[in-house]
Ligand binder design. Sequence first.
Ligand SMILES: [Zn+2]
Length: 373
Amino acid sequence: MVKIFATTFLMIFLGACTSKSSLEFPVSTKVKFAEKPKNIILLLGDGMGLAQVTAAVYSTYKKTNFEQFPVIGFQKTIASDNLITDSAAGATAMACGIKTYRNGVGVNPDTIPQQSILELAELKGFATGLVSTVTIIHATPAAFIAHQKYRNFYEQIATDFLKTDIDLFIGGGKKYFDRRDSDERNLIKELEQKNYVVANYFNNNLSSKLMDPNRNFVFFTADNHPLSKTQGRDYLPKAAKMSINFLKNRSKNGFFLMMEGSQIDWAGHSNEPIQLIDELSDFNQTIGVVLDFAMKNQNTLVIVTGDHETGGLAINPDSKMKKLDLAFTTNDHTGTMIPVFAIGPKAELFRGIYDNTEIYSKMIEAYGWNATN
Ligand SMILES: [Zn+2]
């Protein structure tokens, strides 16, 4: 049963969703892409359905970066045990190519670990990275590197980060690495022993000066969860630029990078329209940074999608451009299909309507690899 929980008349500030990118529109007609991608950048807006994208587009008179993409598809997000998925099952589908149950991270319905595209990329000598605006051990980034029965096994998920030689990760959740309840391990010391540069918000500003091109890089943006964009968090676009510049020099083969606009989901759960637009604006700006690189590089496939919709967002009657009347039908996830935006070599694979597991198989096909499951 659907009930209107909250209706808020929203005044959106001028240019709230405007990217600082130098892109001209449309970019795709001016760029000659390579035949197949060397790099893939997957941008996930957690909880970002079509209504969220629409709200981002209608909250400014300027064109958003969503409107740059020549290829659009839709993914079906159903989990193995429920029509309505969660971030764990949704991300596992895209990371590992299998449907699993809600709460499962990088495992199949029998809780057997499944190799992720990030792990496969590592085996193939590619550079890899994960960036999140919540804790790095949260369900979405976790599904790309960890294998746990439940998404809330945070300390076990943190341990899994040491089992793969991931080149870079940036996000919150430092305490799960160095102040653990389940054991005495200090995973930050262990990362340093594994040749990682580990820096954090407490001592440093996020900056490429902290990076050593010959060592892996970790930056913790918070002890637990980073702030919302509305509260002042601003690192995602910067992290995107730094991560790309770092990863492109880490392997001659190429790289795989997943970056998450994580708190779009939280704004949906809490039915907060201003926060929602702020998070979408941050994500849009990050897409601009990625497109700036990808259009010059021409060897990079960029995919922007979400894992599920959150909040049952509606754009109500009486809405006007930049003055949207946003309403929510739930504080949970919904089952609406999720748009997929693609640009770059092999982007055409992402046209049509398909299961979320095909995000994985299409990325594997784009790289020219053989799927392992
Ligand atoms: Zn959620």
